[in-house]
Design a binder for this molecule. Structure first.
Ligand SMILES: *Cc1c(COP(=O)(O)O)cnc(C)c1O
Length: 234
């Protein structure tokens, strides 16, 4: 068994254990393998171990890797853009990715919607929320997230699926849960105000290698895990 196989099993076991402890169905927690800086060969190993969804946070690296994996014969993968997004990079993201997790500006969302090719499914997006005022961290405030969500409803080629956060490292499990719980409460608020018939707001993108247990305990539906699967990044 390769290291990536083994680490993937360990991560799935961590998710399953956290689900069991908190009365959740493991089918309700998707695993996004964050493959930034990792080689196409490493991604292929993860594909062979059954992983289908991958996260990238540099546009050109991601676009190149998507092409490389296709050339290696790996199809049916789902690609998530999880990095910061500048307006001159929106077209490449709209043309190559399935999801974008870090929406924080209407202007970027408008460009993504306009540039999404007609032959592809709408781009699935999450609004990035900054709950702890992290110094350099992107994301909007809770009230801004509510307003931005309403504006995204008018963009035909985007589907708002939920909220995402990258908290500052917290000292312990309880502190991690307190922050993740705020994102869950904000999603509930958004769901209550959501028009019937709009696409389901079903995604809480939260939890990484170091805090996925707290995220699962707090209702995460998608954990973004890099180093615990692929090993430390250079
Ligand atoms: C790198 C990254 C991750 C994964 O971080 P790990 O600690 O390696 O699991 C998750 N989310 C985002 C947005 C990232 O940039």
């Amino acid at each position: 068994m390769t290291t990536i196989d083994h680490r993937l099993l360990q991560v799935r076991a961590r998710i399953a254990r956290a689900c069991a402890q908190h009365g959740r169905d493991p089918a309700g927690v998707a695993l996004l393998a964050v493959s930034k800086t990792m080689s196409p060969a490493a991604v292929r190993e993860a594909v062979h171990a059954g992983q289908r969804a991958f996260g990238e946070n540099y546009v050109q690296e991601g676009v190149d890797k998507i092409a490389a994996l296709r050339a290696l014969g790996c199809t049916g993968l789902q690609w998530h853009y999880i990095g910061a997004l500048q307006s001159n990079k929106t077209r490449a993201v709209a043309e190559h990715f399935d999801w974008v997790h870090g929406i924080e500006r209407l202007a970027i969302a408008q460009r993504l919607s306009a540039q999404r090719p007609p032959g592809l499914a709408p781009l699935q997006v999450c609004i990035q929320v900054n709950l702890d005022g992290g110094r350099n961290k992107a994301g909007v405030s809770a009230p801004e997230a509510l307003a931005l969500a309403q504006q995204l409803l008018g963009l035909p080629r985007l589907r708002l699926r939920g909220l995402m956060c990258i908290p500052e490292p917290a000292p312990d499990f309880a502190a991690q849960c307190a922050l993740f719980g705020q994102l869950r409460a904000l999603l509930a608020q958004l769901q209550a105000a959501w028009p019937p018939g709009a696409a389901a707001l079903d995604t809480l993108s939260m939890g990484m290698s170091a805090d996925l247990e707290a995220a699962v305990a707090s209702g995460s539906t998608l954990v973004r895990v890099g180093s615990a699967i692929f090993g430390p990044r250079a």
